[in-house]
Design a protein around this ligand. Sequence first.
Ligand code: SF4
Ligand code: SF4
Length: 474
Amino acid sequence: MSTNQNATAAQNSPPYFHVLAKPTGAVCNLDCKYCFFLSKEMLYPGSRFRMADELLETYIRQTIEAQRSSEITIAWQGGEPTLMGLDFFRRSIELEQKYARPGQTIQNTLQTNGTKLDDEWCEFFREHKFLIGLSLDGTREMNDAYRVDKSGAGTFDRVVSAARLMQKHNVDFNVLTTVHAANADHPLELYRFLRDELGTKFIQFIPIVERTTPELINIANKGWGEKLKDRPLYVQAGNQVTDRSVKSEQWGRFLIAIFDEWVRRDVGTVYVQMFDAALASWVGAPAAMCIFSETCGTAVSLEHNGDVYSCDHYVEPGYLLGNILQTPLVQLVGLEKQVKFGDDKRDTLPRYCRECEVRFACHGECPKNRFIQTPDGEPGLNYLCAGYKAFFKHIDHPMKMMAELLRRGHFADEAMAILEGERAVWKARTGRNNSCPCGSGRKFKKCHGEMCSKTDPARPVTSSATSVDTENRP
Ligand code: SF4
Ligand code: SF4
């Protein structure tokens, strides 16, 4: 790049951007069947897949220097980042302390499968206030369907032990649950397991959509681990999905079932990232998750060798921006190519989305999932559209209520008692086959009538607030 191009790129860079760093690249000690990221090892044949000390220092220095915000996040992901060993992260903390400017605070986040954690790791996380994301897909049966180790054995016991260890050491963690063919039909069993048995209060749900082509579908259905013969490199192409992927309507039903439980009893006590993000949209605050923002492109992915890609979901040759050992991060993030990548999220929306009544909350979700056609044949509709549309329409009434409460300086959780009273009135006045009074257009028995029959009076309404100014947790 010329000096002028460098200067333009640096000026174009957003005031704050997020970097997901992968110190071991795609290398992991597990072999989760849906993890297409395992195939990204193929991008670096012969590599040792370990971030070198020189690169670690360059990354930490450039990240801290580039951010115009006083709060900086250093985010570790994989593969499995704990395979680097604890000394790598001790060194990372040393470097953060070396380069942090006065007034800057640095939050470290780390996404892990938990299988390597012990007391020493947890003490370190606690001491340095790491926010940990723990991957667990629900009960033993749900988790072990796909989350297996290299020998094919389930990982449930090891992950639950990691959660218990972190609870013992007061490590701040949330659970990341992917939603797929083996758990999507059991939303309440899953949610109640996480909330009541595991005892977690921070939950993230991510839909598994493994995209592929008709030519590769049979191989893709076998998984993405290195033992699989002829495994392809996963790229965002094709309009078919693997058998493990969640179906669109199933995703909508999953979210609706959990939302109905949450809005009856858990607002303010259980944080579900998707629901907080939706509340931000109803309040009119900036989107709390990139998938629901109008544009994106401010969350790049850093490989173990310094290569930077447009996004964690686009680690493939066409989306390589450059390498931070040659070009500073701030310039890579500001490249015209990257700005266009982010703007395309808005600029390529099909008309069906542009005219959609819940566009303000959905914005066509992530471009990686936009591979089906609209009802009138336009390409570029999100595979999960039907599910999101059903979900966002279903939550409109309680979301409006919570947004209004917040605008008036009240707490969102006050909505639980109001909705409870409202449901009692609706139940007394509305026939099962009549339209639901919430305005969804569905029959009462298929909408809020279902909630009326599931009321659980055992748990008291709490008074703590749900903040709409939420962090996009790992
Ligand atoms: S491509 Fe998807 S995941 Fe990546 S930044 Fe954009 S919305 Fe987020
Ligand atoms: S719900 Fe469907 S039509 Fe509406 S914005 Fe989202 S993807 Fe587009």
